[in-house]
Design a protein around this ligand. Structure first.
Ligand code: MAN
Length: 353
């Protein structure tokens, strides 16, 4: 596989982003959704900000308070035996079964814009910011699907009651319609197809099941993009392979002559995140035609292997230009990068079922 990583990588780093909150530092500008609007490439960055702690014994957790519309900052002592601080992203309560009780940063969506797709200027203010209690721990990992003149922006809405997927839409990136939570908790990695297929809209989604099952990819149908049904399991984890631990959709699926191509992420149980591809039937995307037995991209460069949470390449959006796919991707839960791949080479690399 020929991969052309941009010389300018990483394209956007936390140092390029001015904190929106006073007393905070930007620790991530990553996992961006991608859109083309008015001749510009827009990266809808997930910006993660953390309250600065001057005491290494204190870990802080920012929480959006829907009643006051302000942030509350909670403080935890690292010698408090009730909590586990080993994952820098979260604060875990050792007596509870939930994977985390608080996040150490708050994420929201901010735009980086470019006329050449390589050099970006970052907006001063958030584009979409937590607005209600289902978003009190932040909003993360946006994806954008353009249908006609409307851009549907959907993202993980994180709060103490779970992580679900919420959606807003806009035609001008100024005025927004809020559609509420379209996939209830726990669910992430939703990818809405850019057109109807046999009269229905389709979306990939990734429930995290607790009774039986694993974090795997599902597909659902809708007449209106808001109410989703006829859920089907699409693709699962594979023991001993690059996607043995968890997996989920990445970029918005795009048409090729052989089928819908979905660039998805897979991780091992020790959290090494790679990108691979799934080929889905053009007329019935619930049918998998082929899949990557080996990743199409793995964390290899310094900026992919080292950061806030290293060994992660994680795409939320790509631009397709003829036979070239420009895959924008988050690196090490820290920055944004881009790589060009050839669509035909991706198709040829897949294993057909
Ligand atoms: C995981 C990671 C974090 C994220 C939380 C909540 O722990 O993906 O980056 O903040 O889930 O979604």
């Amino acid at each position: 596989m020929n991969i052309y990583r941009y010389e300018e990588n990483p394209l956007v780093t936390p140092a390029d982003v001015k904190p929106y909150h006073e007393g905070f530092e930007v620790i991530g500008a990553f996992n961006a959704g991608v859109a083309e609007y008015n001749g510009e490439v827009l990266l809808l960055l997930r910006v993660a900000e953390r309250p600065i702690s001057n005491d290494p014994m204190i870990v802080k957790a920012p929480v959006f308070n829907a009643a006051t519309q302000e942030l509350d900052i909670l403080e935890f002592r690292t010698d408090d035996a009730r909590y586990d601080f080993s994952d820098p992203r979260v604060i875990r309560n050792v007596n509870h079964s939930a994977t985390f009780e608080y996040l150490t940063s708050l994420s929201y969506i901010r735009v980086a814009r470019s006329t050449d797709g390589h050099h970006f200027t970052i907006d001063d203010k958030p584009l979409v910011y937590p607005a209600q209690s289902l978003e009190s721990f932040g909003i993360e990992d946006p994806r954008v699907t353009q249908i006609g003149d409307t851009y549907y922006i959907y993202f993980s809405a994180v709060s103490p009651v779970g992580v679900g997927e919420s959606m807003v839409s806009t035609q001008d990136f100024v005025n927004f319609t809020h559609h509420g939570m379209i996939f209830g908790p726990d669910n992430k990695d939703v990818l809405i197809f850019p057109e109807k297929i046999n009269g229905k809209y389709y979306a990939l989604h990734r429930p995290t099941t607790k009774s039986t099952g694993n974090p795997e990819m599902w597909i659902a149908e809708s007449d209106n993009l808001v109410y989703w049904g006829n859920h089907k399991h699409l693709a699962g984890l594979r023991d001993g392979m690059w996607d043995s631990g968890r997996m989920g959709g990445g970029a918005v699926p795009f048409r090729t002559e052989k089928g819908w191509l979905e660039l998805y992420h897979g991780a091992t149980l020790d959290h090494r995140y790679c990108m691979g591809a799934l080929l889905l039937d053009l007329n019935d995307p619930s049918k998998v035609i082929a899949r990557s037995n080996h990743p199409i991209m793995e964390p290899e460069t310094d900026y992919e292997m080292n950061g806030f949470f290293g060994d992660v390449v994680f795409s939320c959006g790509a631009l397709v230009d003829g036979d070239v796919v420009k895959m924008y991707y988050g690196v090490a839960d820290t920055s944004m990068a881009c790589a060009e791949l050839n669509v035909k080479e991706i198709l040829d690399s897949l294993t057909y079922e």
